[in-house]
Ligand binder design. Structure first.
Ligand code: ZN
Length: 353
């Protein structure tokens, strides 16, 4: 009888030990994941860190019976999270913050960040009502992001740290912290455009770093502020993953910035008839380190050559769109990341040099 008890104890101990090992392996395996939610030419990018913390950048459009909030919820489900820890609104345009009230009704949002309070917006006659709905969703508790601000994130044991640093907000950019840095040679051919007085120019732009991997999201930031970020000194540096600014519009994506950041992979959250401008696609292809461009939608107004190869496009049709996502999974310890097209299961891995 005593022997039996010992045997049972032994079996229980072995089982407990292997469960612990499995759990440790599970937590050590955690990647940094990015989900490009299809919000039909708006923006909603969900980031889940190796520590399981979530950051949502923009929340898509309002209306359509909560379509975008529901799609974000689906991405959250796929990521295994139930709340948004940090919601960053890049700027106050409907395709970016219009979906916030509906999302906040459906899921818990812990913190709201934006570029600061606004009283009016020339380009949006309905601004007052939309902004009031946003403020109400945030219970009037928002955190203003400034150039140089960072968001404190939890770190996972045995994983490279994750940092999020704001590079631009309200049209202001980070100032030189690297005075010794030489002037950027890409600036000699750089051009300026007429001043953009819209809220696009006030977009929050940030760089997320995780070991050798980094990710640049500039919202809908336009030409002249992009110029300020890289000229006369490059305040960004080389970028591994680039969210193509402003859905691929060519009033953004200043070639001087693209040539400076030299993205390895670019993901464009364009709509079937919004963004994805051929000039932007061309400028991206001309940047020296670009391996691939992925698109949330096919631009139906451009030729096949002016779009990414079909296998890298998540949604091909204009109508009855199934809202496929593009996912990115980063294993920083192995210096690799994989991009997956949910429509066809096409996956491609990239090594971070
Ligand atoms: Zn936009």
């Amino acid at each position: 009888m005593k022997q039996y008890r010992l045997l049972i104890l032994f079996v229980v101990m072995v089982a407990a030990t292997s469960a612990t090992i499995a759990q440790n392996a599970e937590s050590a395996r955690r990647t940094l994941d990015i989900y490009y939610v299809d919000v039909e030419g708006g923006a909603a990018t969900l980031i889940v860190t190796p520590a399981g913390e979530s950051i949502l950048i923009d929340a898509g459009w309002p209306g359509f019976e909560g379509r975008d909030a529901k799609r974000i919820e689906q991405a959250m489900k796929a990521a295994g999270i139930t709340a948004i820890d940090h919601l960053i609104t890049t700027h106050y345009h409907t395709d970016h913050y219009g979906g916030v009230p509906e999302l906040a009704k459906r899921v818990k949002v812990n913190r709201f960040y934006d570029h600061g309070p606004m009283t009016s917006l020339e380009e949006d006659k309905e601004f007052e009502a939309k902004y009031a709905a946003y403020r109400a969703a945030a219970k009037n508790q928002t955190i203003t992001l400034n150039p140089g601000s960072s968001i404190r994130l939890k770190q996972a044991p045995q994983r490279p740290p994750v940092f999020l640093q704001v590079l631009a907000a309200r049209g202001e950019t980070v100032t030189s912290k690297r005075l010794a840095v030489e002037p950027n040679g890409e600036c000699s051919a750089a051009t300026q455009q007429a001043e953009d007085k819209s809220d696009n120019a006030r977009s929050v732009a940030f760089l997320l770093r995780h070991g050798a991997f980094n990710f640049l999201d500039t919202g809908d930031l336009t030409w002249n502020v992009e110029h300020k970020l890289v000229c006369p000194q490059d305040m960004i540096g080389e970028v591994v993953l680039y969210q193509v600014a402003h859905h691929g519009a060519d009033s953004s994506n200043n070639p001087a910035m693209l040539r400076s950041i030299k993205p390895m992979v670019a993901i464009m959250n364009n709509g079937p008839r919004k963004g994805g401008h051929p000039n932007t696609v061309k400028a991206l292809r001309e940047s020296s380190k670009l391996k691939d461009l992925w698109q949330v939608h096919r631009n139906v107004t451009s030729s096949a050559e002016q779009n990414a190869p079909e296998e890298f496009i998540a949604n091909l049709d204009e109508q009855n769109d199934a809202a496929h996502m593009i996912r990115v999974s980063v294993d920083a310890a192995k210096r690799t990341f994989t991009v997956t097209n949910d429509r066809n299961g096409k996956s491609k891995s990239y090594e971070i040099k």
